[in-house]
Design a protein around this ligand. Structure first.
Ligand SMILES: [Zn+2]
Length: 1049
């Protein structure tokens, strides 16, 4: 499943009477298996306006037949099923009606108890009714815009029928759907369609069979007036054709090409990279309006919010297209990591989500490389318009080359993996570090998993969204402990930090062993529900590193971000450098296993060969070579290389990066043959989700790395650390002047030492480097976000921090103005030369737009009147949504006539397209213009805001919480408004409301004044009558933090 963003993605179970039940199922929170097996189920759903009737026939047997359990056997005679807000019509057991005294339906507890069932196999048939049209919570069966859809993860199925609603009860399913032929011409469910036909009274039916056992959360049904867009994927080994179908409302016809290509690429990649061949006749994706989550991976038919399936350059930005690509792939990849092997209980959620997120990240990076090479090979500099607006010969060639590239890259990776795993002692030579010059067909021979701008984006996401979660009142490990409400499981920690943990296995084991481990995992657990331990065991099976498994498992159960303190000592006499690394984490009972990828850089800026002394001290255990490539002059060029464990001191002759494995509190490593003191490049590729403290770090030392580090992540990180140091220095200056008011703060900031020359030099070099990827340049130009800095500081004032950030942005813009303007001009002319071709999601154009728009973003700190006019001009003349929205966002931050004109034009232009207008809502809500809270309050009453659509709620109200100035306003108006909004949304959709409430939960990171204001609103919410359990839990958890703080004071 994939949420709106992971923070707002919580499992669909959310009425005021929330099921806070743990799926561990026993009273003490430990896991207990379900005492029955449901081998087969036949579900019959009859859609009728207002009331849908569901008949569920289950073939049940004791889970452990023949086992004499004594008193436990007694309890097994009782069968307890989940069923929520259902109208129970009939129960038959083995064909006979069950008398009312034989069962109890406790509506409050959502439990149906059959007091005594046979001790051998039996058939249970339950008929019930549900009301999808009235279901605004959007879990279970609901109807939006005339389309019925069923979304069940995590606990929605109990709203459709009575069932043991837990992920470890797997059954084989057949489904029959029946409805009015005119209103519901398309009837879809899981698996393969086995029959369809007409019925009397203008009705028809479709029968579906899923050959693979699955738990109920993977059930889905979709019915309505849907138009299909179809393509196919050919399984390489067998030549079998799999139909790939996208279903949406007819209004989205002609807008689904990009998604079809994405899905086909994902299928080709998963097959070639991991040997995962698709297992049904067809794969479908269905788009639903107003879906609670972005998507979910129900078997054979994934459900998406429709804005993710109809993706065109005219309605979607390049970033949105990239996100859609990743989500399309994510849900498809779940077919194996999630569906064929599912989770034993919901606390193991990261098993499927962390692994699948890792897989979608690796895919997205490969897709970027494959698409770039395909564009270069088939379109040259003229390009082709991809994304649906044209389907000419060039477009066909581009798509074919892209698909071929992606399969070739993946295939090469698999071959390399097999070789590496077969010959563990070999130190393989590196493949070309950048996609090789494209052959005629545009094939790339480059490696998969490059450390590209995607990796930087992922690291940035961890710092911006996940690490603050680690510090906040809702901090939890990637596998939360039993007792945590299921509603709090779908978080950035479970998804994104979970993906980092999977990536660490990959870094530690190398691709060959990781590949083998994953195959073992899939083979051992196919058709079952597994745990995180199962995954770890499979990964380390037959690995010489198996003794590290316990330290690795600690990542699953320890919350918080580990901090690494790094000390380097250089000895000119011995020509050695000693690297001492200490790990600290308050919540850790024992040390975690941390892979730290490092490199050394000589005074000439070139990577040095690494020579590690055999007798490393401390508790270092294992040294591993990674990336034994030659230093490369161009960026970003670092690439993943299959890695091998090597004996300390026996590093390969070309080894320029190494992974040091720290599995104790501290360790040290000595590098030799260093006649001059080198610079140390740390945490290359963001090899672990940790924070670094480097002793003796200076602007000068960081400036050197920012100019010379060959690793794209490490170079970007050096720039970020330079920016962070500056922001924190100036914050102290501002804080001292704060008593004197705004003008005193501005004067103090103006008088303080400004942007260090090292930072300016690094950014200038990046801006003028033609070989640097445009999306990477854009990331280089971004200042760290305020909420990313807050957890690293001592309870700062967010408004003051924002002022400091604006000051730094202005200084940077002034100093870099010539280079920024030059970059804008260069990109403009290249895009103009490409003409129409530049409009689509064509990689060269995407990269030019990213760099150009980031440069404009930095320039806009100057609040130049001329620039405002230029932005308005850019807004009107934009030929794609990326450019139009980029201009609108910059215009929206200043209260000018240009702002009003552009906003009005945007609304008029897209008024027929609600999901495009979500951008219009977001841009206004997140704006930093003064006193914006009243505008946002008014927007809540605007005809274009639909409170029943969670995506609209997230755009408007989530957007408002992104404005540091208005959400954190010192008069408390932002928090008060948010509390009002939470109450209002809660009446419609408790899960969406709980997501909003989370932005009020982390008061304890802020300064005293803001703490008091936020807590006042939390207390007001706590005292509100009729609040849903979901919101109440967030509020009470946040206030509990308060009382525990008080008690320790
Ligand atoms: Zn997922």
């Amino acid at each position: 499943m994939q949420g709106e963003d992971s923070q707002s993605a919580r499992p669909p179970d959310a009425d005021s009477d929330s099921d806070s039940e743990s799926s561990c199922s026993s009273d003490d929170g430990t896991y207990a298996p379900f005492p029955f097996a449901v081998e087969r189920v036949h579900l019959d759903i009859s859609f009728n306006p207002g009331t849908t009737v569901v008949t569920n026939t289950m073939h049940i047997s004791p889970a452990h037949p023949g086992q004499q359990l004594g008193s436990a056997a007694e309890s097994c005679k009782q069968l307890v099923l989940d069923g929520k807000k259902l109208q129970l019509l009939e129960i038959h057991l083995d064909g006979k009606p069950l008398p009312p005294q034989a069962y109890t339906y406790n509506q409050r507890a959502s439990k149906l108890t059959l007091h005594s069932v046979p001790s051998s196999s039996f058939e249970l048939c339950i008929k019930s009714a549900t009301h999808p049209e009235a279901n605004t919570g959007l879990q279970g069966l609901f109807m939006r815009a005339g389309i019925y859809a069923a979304a069940c993860e995590a606990m929605g199925f109990r709203r459709i029928s009575f069932w043991p609603d837990r992920p470890d009860v797997l059954s084989r399913w057949t489904v029959r759907l029946e409805g009015d032929v005119a209103a519901l011409p398309v009837l879809l469910s899981n698996g393969n369609m086995t029959a369809a036909g007409q019925l009397p009274g203008d009705r028809h039916y479709a029968a579906w069979e899923d050959p693979w056992p699955k738990p109920c959360y993977l059930f889905s049904a979709v019915a309505g007036k849907l138009s299909v867009h179809e393509g196919s994927h050919t399984i390489a080994s067998s030549g079998k054709q799999v139909a790939v179908r996208i279903y949406t409302a007819p209004m989205y016809e002609g807008k689904r090409d990009f998604v079809l290509l994405s899905a086909r690429a994902a299928m080709a990649w998963d097959e070639a990279m991991w040997g995962r061949e698709y297992d049904l006749d067809g794969y479908a994706m269905a788009g639903v309006e107003g879906f609670l989550d972005d998507a979910c991976e129900t078997k054979g038919i994934s459900l998406f919010h429709v804005h993710l399936l109809a993706v065109t350059p005219a309605t979607h930005t390049d970033e949105e297209a990239d996100e859609s690509l990743r989500l399309i792939a994510h849900e498809y990849f779940h077919n194996f990591s999630g569906n064929r092997v599912t989770v034993r209980d919901w606390y193991q959620l990261t098993l499927k989500e962390g692994l699948t997120r890792f897989r979608d990240q690796a895919f997205a990076a490969d897709y970027d490389a494959a698409a770039s090479a395909a564009a270069a090979a088939t379109c040259g500099t003229l390009g082709s318009s991809s994304g649906g607006s044209s389907s000419g010969l060039q477009q066909g060639q581009y798509e074919a080359a892209l698909l071929q590239n992606i399969a070739t890259m993946a295939q090469q990776m698999k071959t390399a993996a097999a070789e590496a795993a077969a010959a563990p002692a070999a130190v393989s030579s590196a493949p070309a570090s950048a996609p090789a010059a494209p052959a005629a067909a545009g094939a790339v021979s480059g490696p998969a998993f490059p450390c590209s701008w995607h990796r930087v984006l992922e690291a940035q996401g961890i710092r911006r969204d996940q690490m603050p979660e680690d510090e906040g009142s809702l901090s939890h490990p990637i596998r939360p402990c039993c007792g945590t409400s299921l509603d709090n499981l779908y978080t950035d920690t479970v998804y994104d930090k979970g993906a980092e943990v999977v990536r660490m296995y990959h870094t530690i084991l190398g691709h060959g062993r990781f590949y083998n481990g994953l195959q073992t995992f899939f083979q051992q657990h196919d058709g079952t529900a597994a745990t995180c331990e199962d995954f770890c065991q499979a990964m380390f099976a037959s690995s010489p590193l198996a003794s590290l498994a316990p330290a690795m498992m600690r990542w699953y159960d320890t919350n918080g971000t580990p901090e690494l303190t790094i000390r380097t000592t250089y000895s000119p006499a011995k020509q050695t450098l000693t690297l001492t690394v200490k790990q600290e984490l308050e919540t850790a009972k024992a040390p975690l296993l941390i892979p730290l990828k490092v490199g050394l850089i000589g005074p000439d800026g070139k990577d040095l060969l690494l020579h590690l002394m055999p007798a490393t001290t401390g508790s270092s255990k294992h040294i591993k070579q990674a990336g034994n490539r030659k230093p490369s002059a161009t960026m970003p060029s670092s690439s993943y290389t299959p890695t091998e464990v090597v004996t300390p001191g026996l590093c390969g002759s070309e080894c320029c990066s190494m992974v040091l494995l720290l599995d104790s509190w501290s360790g040290s490593w000595v590098f030799s043959r260093l006649p001059e003191k080198p610079a140390v490049s740390l945490l290359r590729d963001f090899s672990a989700p940790v924070r670094l403290h480097v002793e003796g770090e200076t602007d000068k030392s960081l400036g050197f790395l920012a100019l010379h580090d060959s690793n794209p992540f490490a170079r970007w990180d050096a720039v970020q650390r330079l920016m962070t140091r500056l922001l924190m220095r100036l914050y102290k200056v501002a804080e001292r002047a704060a008593a004197g008011g705004e003008s005193a703060i501005e004067a103090a900031l103006a008088a303080a030492p400004g942007v260090p020359p090292a930072l300016v030099a690094a950014l200038q070099a990046a801006l003028l480097n033609d070989e640097l990827d445009g999306q990477y340049k854009a990331l280089m130009l971004q200042l760290p976000g305020v909420m990313e800095l807050v957890p690293q500081m001592d309870e700062p004032d967010p408004e003051l921090l924002w002022m400091v950030k604006v000051h730094v942005g202005l200084q940077l813009a002034r100093q870099l103005q010539p280079q920024l303007e030059q970059l804008v001009q260069q990109c403009d002319s290249k895009l103009a030369a490409a003409g129409e071709a530049a409009v689509g999601f064509w990689p060269p154009a995407v990269k030019l737009r990213a760099a150009r728009n980031a440069a404009l973003g930095l320039l806009s700190y100057m609040e130049d009147r001329q620039l405002q006019q230029q932005l308005l001009q850019r807004y009107y003349s934009a030929n794609c949504m990326t450019d139009r929205l980029a201009a609108l966002e910059l215009l929206a931050d200043e209260d000018t006539p240009a702002r009003s004109a552009a906003l009005a034009h945007f609304h008029d232009t897209y008024r027929q397209q609600p999901s495009v207008l979500h951008k219009w809502l977001y841009v206004q809500a997140a704006s930093d213009i003064e006193g914006n809270v009243e505008n946002v309050r008014a927007l809540m009453r605007h005809a274009s805001f639909d409170i029943t659509d969670p995506a609209a709620v997230s755009a408007l109200l989530g957007g408002f919480s992104d404005s540091m100035v208005n959400f954190h306003a010192e008069d408390g108006s932002g928090y008060a408004f948010m509390a009002d909004a939470v109450i209002e949304v809660d009446r419609v959709n408790p899960i969406a409301a709980a997501d909003l409430a989370e932005c009020l939960a982390d008061w304890d990171m802020l300064d005293e004044e803001h703490q008091q204001l936020m807590k006042a609103q939390l207390r007001r919410l706590a005292g509100t009558k009729g609040l849903s359990a979901d919101v109440r839990e967030i509020v009470e958890d946040a206030l509990e933090e308060d009382s525990s703080d008080d008690s320790t004071d």
